[in-house]
Design a protein around this ligand. Structure first.
Ligand SMILES: Nc1nc(=O)c2c([nH]1)NC[C@@H]1CN(c3ccc(C(=O)N[C@@H](CCC(=O)O)C(=O)O)cc3)CN21
Ligand SMILES: CC(C)C(=O)C(=O)O
Ligand SMILES: [Mg+2]
Length: 275
């Protein structure tokens, strides 16, 4: 075992784009979480998480916004840098934020190139189907692994009418979108808030892996926002399972610290210097 003890002992030393496809073919689930900084990246990487997404959910989780819409390229770059530097094994993907790729393939490629040059990440992700095929093609043809994102796409929340399950009445459109971005070179597709049977159908239709979030067990992998699954916030979407109560643990630690500072029991002799 390496010092990082990856959960999958047969897995690669460093997860690369082609491993994700191979994992789908072998029926091995792809384990993904978001990360927004080096300290968290190191912990999740050591746990054996295969893919770390520097999500534009950083807007909600770290920057106090209500949506992902205000997140900028300048917000994403230092976050991606921290995550990429601290991950020894995981494949690191960065979200292209709202406004950084919609104008066309030239804008999308310029943003993707900037992320690859300036952060050390291994790939990028963008939201949308047929409307962004030219963007996916341009990024892919430049040799940059690109991940798609279909179903509930939070950057379009005002057009979609809020966080709603997608593809109930337009399953064929979602399937066409998935095929279009896979054909344009996407290495994987995130499916967010898609009915379980439709996510299963898309997964069977594509050669590249699907990574689900609120899309059921039929996907090739699963992703969650790390602060949701670790119980850091006071709210999480219904599709989240909470695996820890880190928020409570941190609040209690800070309360104990505050009490000890106030009553003078911290710092003790061993925390100081004699000379
Ligand atoms: N912390 C966090 N977790 C996420 O999963 C997440 C983000 N932020 N930000 C970006 C997007 C936005 N996402 C969201 C945002 C809101 C809901 C939501 O309000 N869901 C309601 C109703 C869903 C329904 O129609 O049934 C829920 O109760 O879960 C879901 C996903 C997923 N992503
Ligand atoms: C929820 C995932 C898929 C995402 O796009 C994000 O965290 O920004
Ligand atoms: Mg995102």
């Amino acid at each position: 075992m390496s010092k990082h003890s990856p959960a999958s002992s047969t897995g690669p030393k460093r997860v690369r784009a082609h491993h994700l496809r191979a994992m789908k073919e072998r029926g091995e689930k792809i384990v993904a979480l978001t990360a927004y900084d080096a300290v968290t990246s190191a912990l999740l990487d050591a746990a054996g998480v295969d893919l770390l997404l520097v999500g534009d959910s950083i807007g909600n989780t770290m920057h106090g916004h209500d949506t992902t819409l205000p997140v900028t390229v300048e917000d994403m770059i230092p976050a991606a840098r921290g995550v990429a530097r601290a991950a020894d094994r995981a494949f690191v993907v960065v979200d292209l934020p709202f406004g950084s790729y919609e104008s066309g393939p030239e804008q999308a490629l310029a943003t993707a190139v900037r992320f690859m040059k300036e952060t050390g990440a291994h790939g990028v992700k963008l939201e949308g189907g047929e409307r962004v095929v030219e963007q996916v093609r341009a990024i892919s043809q430049a040799g940059i692994p690109v991940v798609g994102h279909l179903g509930y796409t939070p950057q379009s929340e005002h057009a979609l009418g809020g966080p709603r399950v997608q593809g109930r009445d337009d399953a064929e459109q979602l399937l066409a979108d998935a095929r279009a971005i896979a054909d344009a070179g996407a290495i994987a597709v995130v499916l967010e808030m898609v009915p379980v049977p439709l996510a299963q159908r898309v997964t069977e239709a594509l050669a590249v892996p699907t990574i689900g979030i609120g899309a059921g067990p039929g996907c090739d992998g699963q992703i969650l926002v790390w602060t949701d699954m670790a119980g850091m916030g006071d709210w999480a979407p219904r599709f989240v399972k909470q695996y820890a109560r880190l928020g409570e643990a941190l609040r209690e630690a800070a309360q104990t610290y505050a009490g000890e500072v106030r009553d003078g029991s911290f710092p003790a002799a061993e925390h100081g210097f004699d000379k």
